[in-house]
Design a binder for this molecule. Structure first.
Ligand code: UDX
Length: 455
């Protein structure tokens, strides 16, 4: 049932504004798909930076918003710098106000604007226009608990991290240790603190919070957030890609679908899928160690080598010798239809950087993981995979082909891998049940629709 705006017109659409990074775009567009399937029209506001392709969603309206990100900051690849620069530019100009006002003036009444927590500047404009905002947190509930705890973590001296204390348990946030905290490896701590404080402020100012997770996976973390936050609703509505009819539908890079035919030729559960998300990178020496660790493991593998994966090169750093060594047993592509790959019966394990979407997608298909986190929430996602859920293990320390080969054999054929696989399959059953019509995530969407109609 759509909501009714103050001026009596029936609200027949929702506005969404994702943060312009793949790991934030996907869950926001998946949420938009779910709301659209419940009868709401969708208007997508997006930046020019990493602009979305309207052709991927012809049934939605797309409106570009000037983001004001300076070219050198955009080129820096620093997600923290881009977030801060974009919000500062948006707050300094009236462009967002003008665009949002014109969007509201022409078209069906809007129930609300769904924003990424990192868009405080947009929330301020919406508030000035009387438009309610709700926030989608694209990371785990544990990650947002860490955001909320950030002032305490500094007061108690956990952060900034000291080299000698990286394995110190954070008693207030079990099972996390200092090294698992958000961005604990970064040296721009003051900027990180600012971004997390602003994200928390955005949520506190909102009419409700949706998190891309599910109740059975993060019960304690969701309880902690509900105790700490005084927003109207905190809804665990994930895994969103499983509720959306077009999971892969908002990829910034062209997905190479030839890998699906290749997977069709591989034995069930035999393939290790290897992908490090849209932002993680490595140096040429690491690429070579990963390549030969994969080759020497003897395991069939599907490996995503993005054009910008290798620092200082265009990603084609794999030798002819490597390709010959793995002929017929491996497929290397620049970008995959990842959700379809993980759902394919030939895949038996996932070597990942543990971005939240990849972690949730792996759990949703019952795959155990080798974890190789780099930054942001990836370390904490890894810690939960290994210590809380037991569905994988971290490949720590320097990347070396012998260690890699052993980790792959352990995951795909060893007892540790088999135990992790059994637990991953148990979690997959919980995903399936939360998505049933009376499951926790489906009920969360029902409650969300009802809540939006009350705004
Ligand atoms: C970023 C941060 O790095 C991550 O820590 C945070 O949790 C979310 O934002 P990213 O690094 O891109 O995300 O990783 P991830 O969260 O896994 O998102 C990647 C998305 O791209 C996934 O939805 C995945 O299905 C998709 N993908 C990945 C593809 O479609 N093809 C690929 O080849 C690889």
């Amino acid at each position: 049932m759509a909501s009714v705006n103050g001026d009596g017109r029936r609200a027949r659409r929702v506005l969404v504004f994702p943060l312009p990074f793949q790991g934030h775009i996907n869950p926001m567009m998946q949420l938009a798909d779910v709301l659209h399937s419940r009868g709401l029209g969708v208007t997508v506001l997006h930046t020019r930076f990493n602009a979305l392709d309207p052709a991927l969603h012809p049934e939605y309206a797309f409106v570009a918003v000037p983001d004001g990100i300076p070219a050198d900051v955009a080129a820096s690849g620093s997600i923290i710098s881009i977030i801060l620069a974009m919000n500062a530019a948006m707050e300094a100009s009236g462009a967002v106000h003008d665009v949002l006002a014109s969007v509201l003036a022409d078209g069906p009444a809007a129930a609300c604007l769904f924003i990424d927590a990192n868009l405080l500047a947009v929330q301020k404009v919406a508030a000035a226009l009387g438009l309610p905002t709700m926030v989608l947190r694209t990371g785990s509930a544990a990650c947002f608990s860490c955001f909320l705890a950030y002032p305490m973590l500094h007061q108690k001296g956990y952060l900034p991290p000291k080299e000698s204390q990286l394995y110190t348990p954070v008693d207030e946030l079990p099972p996390l240790r200092v090294r698992d905290l958000f961005f604990s490896s970064s040296n721009n701590h003051e900027m990180v603190r600012q971004v997390l404080a602003r994200a928390t402020e955005t949520v506190r100012n909102s009419h409700g919070l949706v998190i891309n997770t599910f109740e059975a996976l993060e019960t304690a973390e969701l309880d902690m957030i509900r105790r700490e936050l005084e927003v109207a609703v905190v809804l665990a509505a994930g895994p969103l890609h499983k509720l959306s009819t077009r999971g892969n539908g908002s990829s910034l890079l062209q997905q190479d679908r030839t890998c699906i035919e290749w997977l069709d030729t591989q034995a069930a559960g035999s393939v290790l899928y290897v992908s490090f998300g849209s932002l993680a990178s490595m140096d040429p020496g690491e690429l070579s160690e990963v390549a030969w660790g994969l080759a020497n493991s003897g395991q069939p593998f599907l490996w995503v080598v993005r054009p910008d994966l290798v620092r200082g090169s265009d990603g084609s750093g794999l030798s002819e010798g490597f390709h010959r060594a793995v002929e017929g047993r491996a497929k290397v592509i620049p970008w995959a239809p990842q959700q379809e790959v993980l759902a394919h019966s030939a895949v038996g394990g996932f070597w990942t950087h543990n971005g939240w979407n990849s972690t949730l997608e792996s759990i949703s298909e019952g795959h155990p993981m080798i974890c190789r986190p780099q930054f942001a929430d990836q370390m904490m996602n890894t810690r939960y995979v290994e210590a809380a859920w037991g569905v994988g293990f971290e490949l720590e320390g320097k990347l070396e082909r012998k260690k890699i080969e052993e980790a792959i054999r352990n995951l795909m054929k060893g007892s540790q891998g088999e135990l992790a696989r059994e637990r991953a399959r148990e979690l997959k059953k919980k995903v399936i049940s939360c998505l049933e019509s009376d499951g926790s995530s489906s009920l969360a969407i029902d409650k969300l629709i009802e809540h939006m109609s009350s705004l």
